[in-house]
Design a protein around this ligand. Structure first.
Ligand code: UDP
Length: 449
């Protein structure tokens, strides 16, 4: 379907304060801007400072940054106005600060007067603020739809078995209390609504259909938006190092922007990598307040000496992930299955070794979904959910050395899935554009009446 590229629609976007949320919002902003929309992207200054660097000349007139200020709480200085690297004990304080800032968001909307608000599904209150100003809104979900689908089923069809056995939770995952349960219920219980989701029907179309069928929400995939490849001068060294490795020979290990491994997990992953004898790049992170701690303190004694150099590399805190994943030497991605990381692996055709870390998040169900798609293999944990070095080493060897053809099979399937996503991408985005325009037109005629 051809979509006209001229529009006077102004969209205000309001992502949750997490790197993994702001980035896909920004990528969606670019896609909508390509279709003629004008975008205000609203977040805290610390988050906007990351985005500012990414706005190229092409988007400088169509994407504007709007600062959202949190109150001055002594325990939450401005560099903690983001979930990226936020110490765990400050997470509830950040949440409290966001809640306290609702009046500020009201003022922003009143000031900017957008035609439509696109807000994070994790901030349903933003839609109510918009509605009080007669501004229509649409939510954007940055996880796979499997989580809404799974929990939505038990909320809307109590007592009935979930009809898709590929999606399930393990005992140690089920026992966790989920802070977002209330929000999922609130979202699904609303009047008929539309929800954008950063995905493609090629990945989880049947779950989109099921959720639309049982809930009151129509799911609209944006066609997979991932962050652009970007690399700075300092980061070039790692790419040169990768350039000396054979094709598909190296495992990339990263657990996202928010997770910190426990000392025990750190040791198991370290020894697992060492035992596997596979080339690796491992992104090791600590909470910001612990930056003074050095790598020697968190890794097993002698690990750096024995493994860093030709065999492996450790990157502290932050890696140019998309650039690394795109490199032909990368043969597997050991990931926590954050949704962005999952999509990036699929986009670049990299087989996934799934190791969900946050059992209360979407990660466990994302892992089951990509195993079902044939693009991932999940690492075993013991009955208490603990990681063991033997399993880490075994699975990495299986995928990289490919004696059981596991890596080859995963690679073929992930490339196939990537092709299918590409085939649907334009069409899915065009539908999003059409729906956004319709929402604005409908609201305008309501106001004119
Ligand atoms: N990321 C990165 N470098 C890092 C760690 C993460 O560029 O060292 C990016 C990654 O490419 C992805 C995002 O941060 O786009 C992480 O999002 P995801 O949903 O995978 O996990 P989260 O951080 O939300 O747990």
């Amino acid at each position: 379907m051809a979509v006209e590229h001229k529009t006077n629609v102004r969209v205000l976007m309001f992502p949750y304060l997490a790197y993994g949320h702001i980035t896909p919002f920004f990528e969606l902003a670019k896609k909508l801007s390509d279709k003629g929309f004008s975008i205000d992207l609203c977040s805290t200054p610390i988050n906007l400072s990351l985005i500012k660097k990414k706005i190229t000349q092409k988007y400088s007139c169509s994407i504007h940054l709007v600062e959202f200020h949190l109150p001055n709480l002594p325990e939450l200085p401005p560099h903690y106005h983001t979930t990226n690297g936020l110490p765990i004990h400050l997470q509830s304080t950040l949440y409290k600060a966001i809640t306290m800032s609702k009046p500020q968001f009201y003022e922003i909307l009143k000031d900017q007067k957008p035609n439509v608000l696109v807000h994070d599904v994790m901030q349903p209150w933003a839609a109510r603020v918009a509605s009080s100003l007669n501004i229509p809104s649409i939510k954007f979900c940055l996880t796979s739809i499997t989580m809404c689908c799974y929990f939505g089923h038990f909320f809307l069809k109590p007592g009935l078995e979930f009809p898709f056995p590929a999606l399930y939770l393990k005992d140690y995952e089920r026992e966790i209390t989920r802070p977002y349960d209330v929000e999922v219920k609130e979202e699904l219980g609303e009047n008929r609504a539309i929800m954008l989701v950063n995905s493609s029907r090629a990945i989880d179309g049947k779950y989109m259909d099921y959720l639309s069928e049982i809930g009151k929400t129509e799911i609209l995939p944006t066609g997979v938006v991932i962050q652009d490849i970007a690399i700075n001068e300092e980061e070039m060294e790692i790419i040169k190092w990768l350039g000396n490795k054979k094709e598909n020979s190296t495992v990339y290990v990263s657990f996202g922007s928010e997770n910190f491994l426990t000392k025990e997990e750190m040791e198991e992953v370290a020894y697992g990598l060492e035992l596997s004898n596979v080339h690796f790049i491992w992104v090791v992170r600590f909470p910001k307040e612990e930056q003074v701690v050095s790598l020697e303190h968190v890794l097993p004694q002698g690990f750096l000496k024995r493994n860093i150099g030709e065999k492996g590399r450790i990157i502290e805190c932050w890696a140019p992930q998309t650039t690394i994943l795109k490199h032909p030497s990368i043969g597997a991605f050991l990931t926590h299955c954050g949704w962005n990381s999952t999509l990036e692996a699929i986009e670049f055709g990299v087989p996934i070794i799934a190791l969900p870390m946050n059992f209360y998040s979407d990660q466990p169900l994302n892992a089951r979904l990509i195993v079902e798609n044939g693009v991932a293999i999940e690492m075993a944990r013991d009955g208490n959910g603990k990681i063991h070095r033997g399993n880490v080493a075994e699975i990495i060897k299986d995928v990289i050395f490919g004696e059981k053809k596991i890596g080859e099979d995963l690679r073929r399937k992930v490339k196939g899935l990537c092709e299918n996503i590409k085939l649907l991408r334009e069409e899915e985005m065009d539908e999003v554009v059409m729906v956004l325009k319709q929402i604005c037109e409908k609201n305008q005629s309501k106001m004119d009446d």
